[in-house]
Design a protein around this ligand. Structure first.
Ligand SMILES: [Mg+2]
Length: 389
């Protein structure tokens, strides 16, 4: 005789621990020099002098702590902080292990302002903190919790290749960066004078030699004809990729470039949801996907689009936030790249080791980072949440 299983519709997940409090900090990181990419030269943005970080620290009744962060360049930091403060009470009393369910709860709490943009970026800080906490509970580096394919990831530097510096300075920066163990060099292009772009690219390629991996990034400032013309002229430099040649939302234009050029096309950093990335992937717009976990809503969402990217055999080069992304890149099956920026060094006690062109995972549990006193001192707003809504 067979028996019919009895479903218990009210069954709730078992509770193994509970979130006691969430502390949110809005931190303004000053940059040593005002930073300019192509968006400044086209008049769309002012030079960047600081980066706003949203840190989330989650404590549980069992005495565990998780640290996560999100960020915003130029405008948006106060909005991320305000949204996180509004939804954080929904976490208090919840089991921090149930991250997927909690992400859904948080996004629906504020769904009226959308499930992308500043709202999901606010949730990202909380989501990353929950993943940090889960990995610490397991006693594992985050990459190991996710399932790592490697213990180090190819890395390239961006922070030495901006447009406010002369090509001589960019070449000196590249020399120092390569000596520090970083493997590749990316420089910014997209100047109003394309001939000047090509002069800078040629000068840096000649300085690096043929063997060093080299990328360029136009930060969305070319139109379609310019991107095609520049793409063809750049083929001779054997670039690893051309990044953001077009507006981030022009999937069709990127797909045309990807078909026409031998040099791979990379984009995705400006997108703030899995759905937006899915559209790029669906249209064949990208050879190297560049998701940003803090921008797309955290690690939970990043893993979904990494699965989509793997299904299409795409390259992966997560944008910025290497302290998070080194773990996520290590867990991607196809050999990825991680982007090296030195800007965040003052925020964390720990340094990621770069050696022989690769960034190495540490054996510290979780993300493996802790906040410095300087990061605390740069806090401009703080909220401690220990009461459920
Ligand atoms: Mg970029």
């Amino acid at each position: 005789m067979t028996t019919t299983p009895v479903l218990t519709p009210s069954a709730a997940p078992a509770v193994l621990d509970r979130i006691e409090s969430v502390t949110l900090s809005s931190v303004t990181l000053p940059l040593a020099d005002p930073i300019s990419d192509a968006k400044v030269f086209t008049g769309r943005q002012r030079p960047m002098t600081e980066v706003a970080f949203l840190f989330a620290e989650i404590r549980t009744e069992a005495g565990l702590e998780g640290l996560g962060f999100s960020y915003s360049k130029r405008a948006g930091g106060p909005a991320q902080f305000a949204h996180a403060r509004e939804v954080a009470p929904d976490l208090v009393g919840e089991d921090p292990n149930d991250i997927a369910r909690l992400w859904t709860k948080l996004v629906w709490a504020g769904a009226s302002v959308g499930r992308s943009g500043a709202s999901t970026q606010a949730i990202a800080a909380l989501d990353v903190a929950l993943w940090d906490l889960k990995a610490k509970r397991a006693g594992l580096p985050l990459a190991k919790l996710l399932g790592a394919h490697r213990d180090s990831v190819r890395c390239y530097n961006t922070s030495g290749g901006f447009l406010h510096e002369s090509v001589e300075q960019v070449r000196d920066n590249a020399t120092r960066t390569l000596e520090s163990g970083v493997g590749g060099i990316k420089i910014k292009v997209g100047l109003p004078d394309s001939a000047e772009d090509l002069r800078r690219v040629r000068a840096v390629r000649e300085h690096l030699g043929d063997a060093v991996p080299f990328m360029v990034d136009a930060n969305q400032q070319w139109d379609r004809p310019t991107a095609m013309r520049m793409g063809r002229r750049l083929e001779e430099f054997d670039l690893v990729w051309i990044e953001e040649p077009l507006d981030a939302y022009d999937a069709e234009g990127h797909a045309q470039l990807a078909r026409a050029l031998d040099t791979p096309i990379a984009t995705g950093e400006m997108l703030t949801s899995v759905a937006e990335h899915h559209e790029l992937i669906r249209q064949g717009a990208v050879d190297v996907l560049q998701p940003d976990a803090p921008r797309v809503g955290g690690i939970t969402q990043f893993l979904k689009l990494a699965a989509l990217a793997e299904h299409r055999n795409l390259g992966l080069a997560p944008h910025f936030a290497m302290e998070i992304h080194v773990h996520l890149a290590a867990a991607y099956p196809i050999e990825p790249w991680v982007e090296h920026f030195d800007w965040l060094h003052p925020l964390f006690h720990e340094r990621l080791e770069t050696r022989e062109g690769r960034m190495h995972l540490s054996d510290r549990p979780g993300l493996g980072v802790t906040l410095t006193d300087r990061a605390r001192a740069w806090t401009v707003d703080r909220a401690h949440v220990d009461t459920a809504r």
